[in-house]
Design a protein around this ligand. Sequence first.
Ligand SMILES: [Zn+2]
Length: 281
Amino acid sequence: MTVARGYSDPARVAARAAALGAAPIGRSVDGRELVAIRIGAGERVSLVLAGIHPIEWIGVEVALALAERLAAAPPQDRRVVIVPVINVDGHAAIATDVAAGRRRYRRTNQHRVDLNRNFAIGHAPAPAWFPRQRAGLAPWSEPETAAVAALADGLAVDRAVALHAFGRMILLPWAHRGATSPRHAELVAHAGAIAAHLPGRYRVLHTGRWPLFRPGGLELDWLTARGALTMLVECGRGGLEPLRPSTWLEPFRWYNPADPAAEVEALARALEPFVRGDEAR
Ligand SMILES: [Zn+2]
């Protein structure tokens, strides 16, 4: 899998997660296991979600690198709960595509639902004549999002990070409304501190700033509405290279840079203080 060199395929994700004590939290449409890694001890929880969009493998790498850093010195006053891959069926399908040399773009689960439109906030149901497209018929219609909801319902989550690709942006709520969230200033301080420790100029942006793009059903907004300080990180700048036409035709490469190790490490290091519960600095 030349295109995916430097990334963890499903077997490697499972092995790294298992080494960190991952436990099942549910099953996908096709019956694959979703797992969560729990590190540290305490009532308060930081939740880290990745792999909800299956082609965004760099986010999965960051989640695992962050988990491995935390496990080396587990926090004593809070737990960090990490779901490294939410769309496990899609992640497996991408691995198969890339190994077979198929240049396929995938964003949805096996019901063709974009899981990051399926959370119970600002949900815009799909039309009845095409019920399975996009956001799904109802919030939590998909087993993958339902598993995340059930996980979060049992936890006192007060901080959260959703890992996506690409664009080198830290996106702040709300996404489905033009307003900023009640704790916007606090979030800006945290996101600014994280961006300051990252290479390549990450921008901190209010997601709802674009009047024509205010999607509902995002994990970002759902966790914010539950009182968690939440940010969505678009990891990396993608892998499109204007002077290398082979990259123009490769969806995996659009989202995931070749040789991601340095940026993955920088992201994990920069996000670590936030998920540990530190003040912004
Ligand atoms: Zn995404």
